[in-house]
Design a protein around this ligand. Structure first.
Ligand code: NAI
Ligand code: MG
Length: 504
């Protein structure tokens, strides 16, 4: 990045927006072309560090969704007839296009979401890695021959659904595109994607690359708001499969729409994941596992370990280390080198997180550090909050039950194992869990008891491509990031042929 990202924060961002401007696409991507929404309306996407608009983005409506679904439906037969090596080639090329333009994607992602540049760059690379992963596994799609009738050839085919609708959130904008687009294209489906209204830039930038790489109509992007563009996509009769990541209540609404047409859904929803610190656990490992994810992306991760259950015997030492680690976070301008934590992604998120800072105090939790708004030249213009640790919390507090989606840790102490497990599972969510212990039997036992789709031991949230990811209970349905995901994007057809009719 150029050196000028070191001066005044507002100037930094104006310069950066200017620099990024040539990379910005603002219109809908339908049938391989960028075009205005039918109503010609636009909305602002805002830089959360300085609350200034970055660009005016097309505000898609139902008629635009109709056009995109129609383009996707037109492309579905030909794309569905391709063989895996052809689709592998397309996915691999798309991944390469990201790799070739990492810095452009990185700057767009950072400006749009407030992620520090290093964080954004890591995610842009991860998006490419996931497209590449799906390029690889798309060769594993196979049917079966079933030997259950000696007078027949029975076999199965895995066929694409046709048009898939995908709705994604703002916390990992480009990574989410890759998580969703990868398996859908790998299996021969065509896609209409609705990015989050807060962070549409990198999906649109990828669409520009897709223009040269992906056949027209196979990947379409309709930007806009949830009710105006998202909902019509979930209700469209030609959309045969839906995938969504976001808030649990939105997931419920999408499932209801899908129910009208018996359309299958993949849902990746909220979390309130526990991390258990056992008395024998390495406290440095525990602290880094929790803080490394809790403060990453300003706490805006669905799988963040936002409830720490720390054993009484090590509570004091853990708290000391954890607070010290919290103070190491460098909150500031995402464009400045060395910043580890940027602002929250939007005003709505800022209002939500700051309201929980009051809720925690009112409930009687103690604020061990943070709890307010940082005061510095870097932070005074944006949606910044301090990394915050609440202690002496009870599991039935709202700060222990509700998804805050900010850098706010809730620490609960425990002494009785069974009661701790009961509490760890006592939430509507079940996305992930973690623990620190050196006792292998205890780790296995505990992993089995936890109601969560992912459990990490002496680490947290490492998710290399190929590792299933998804929730129990209200955290979602289905598993992403893995070969199993391909099954969710294909339908099984059984063909049964009588083999007894022979002219000989
Ligand atoms: P959201 O679930 O409303 O938005 C996610 C996506 O769904 C966006 O693209 C949005 O435009 C779309 N959408 C919204 N309403 C829709 C509808 N009725 N039909 C179809 N699409 C719709 O999440 P939001 O409002 O951005 O964030 C609210 C809270 O949700 C956050 O504070 C956080 O707690 C949680 N959240 C969880 C995420 C996760 O990864 N589990 C991601 C984003 C938000
Ligand atoms: Mg919402």
């Amino acid at each position: 990045m150029p050196e000028y990202y070191s001066g005044n924060v507002v100037d930094n961002h104006r310069d950066a927006i200017e620099e990024a401007s040539t990379a910005i696409e603002t219109d809908l991507f339908i049938g391989g072309k960028f075009r205005q929404s039918e109503g010609g309306d636009y909305f602002e996407t805002v830089d959360p560090t300085v609350k200034e608009p970055i660009a005016e983005i097309a505000r898609g409506q139902k008629t635009d969704v109709d056009a995109a679904v129609s383009a996707a439906a037109d492309a579905a037969d030909e794309w569905g007839d391709t063989v895996p090596p052809e689709r592998q080639e397309v996915l691999r090329e798309l991944a390469e296009r990201i790799e070739d333009n990492v810095e452009e994607f990185t700057l767009l992602e950072s400006l749009d979401s407030g992620k520090p540049l290093d964080v954004a760059r890591g995610e842009v690379e991860r998006a490419a890695e996931f497209l590449d992963y799906y390029a690889g596994v798309c060769r594993s799609i196979e049917g079966k021959q079933l030997p259950y009738d000696s007078d027949a050839l029975i076999y199965t085919r895995r066929e694409p659904y046709g048009v898939v609708g995908q709705i994604i959130p703002w916390n990992f904008p480009l990574v989410m595109v890759a998580y969703k687009l990868g398996p859908a294209l790998a299996t021969g489906n065509t896609v209409v994607m609705k990015p989050a209204e807060q962070t549409p830039l990198t999906a649109l930038r990828l669409a520009r690359e897709a223009q040269d790489v992906v056949p027209d109509g196979v990947f379409n992007v309709v930007t806009g708001f949830g009710e105006e563009a998202g909902q019509p996509l979930t209700e469209h009769p030609e959309v045969r499969k839906l995938a969504f990541t976001g808030e649990t209540t939105t997931g419920h609404a999408i499932m209801k729409s899908a129910a009208e047409r018996a359309v299958p859904v993949t849902l990746e929803l909220g979390g309130k994941s526990p991390f258990i610190v056992f008395p024998d656990g390495d406290l440095d490992v525990a602290v880094e596992s929790v803080a490394g994810v809790m403060y990453y992306n300003t706490g805006q991760s669905c799988d963040a370990p936002s409830r720490v259950f720390v054993h009484d015997d090590v509570r004091e030492e853990f708290m000391e280390k954890f607070i010290e680690r919290t103070h190491e976070e460098v909150v500031g301008d995402p464009l400045r080198e060395g910043t580890t934590m940027g602002p929250l992604a939007s005003e709505a998120q800022f209002d939500k997180v700051t309201s929980y800072l009051d809720v925690g105090r009112d409930e009687g939790a103690t604020v061990e550090t943070g709890g307010g708004i940082p005061e510095s030249e870097d932070t005074e213009h944006g949606y910044f909050v301090e990394p915050t640790v609440f202690a002496e919390a009870q599991n039935d507090f709202r700060i222990a039950q509700e998804e805050i989606f900010g850098p706010v840790e809730t620490v609960i102490s425990w002494s009785d194992y069974d009661e701790m497990i009961r509490q760890a599972n006592d939430t509507e969510f079940g996305l992930a869990a973690g623990m620190a212990t050196n006792d292998v039997s205890l780790a296995n036992q505990t992993a089995e008891k936890l109601e969560a789709g992912n459990v990490w031991v002496n680490k947290y949230a490492t998710l290399p491509p190929g590792t299933p990811f998804g929730g129990y209970k209200q955290s979602g349905i289905g598993r992403e990031h893995t070969r199993e995901t391909l099954l969710a994007y294909t339908r099984c057809k059984t063909v049964d042929i009588d083999t007894t009719h022979s002219p000989m």
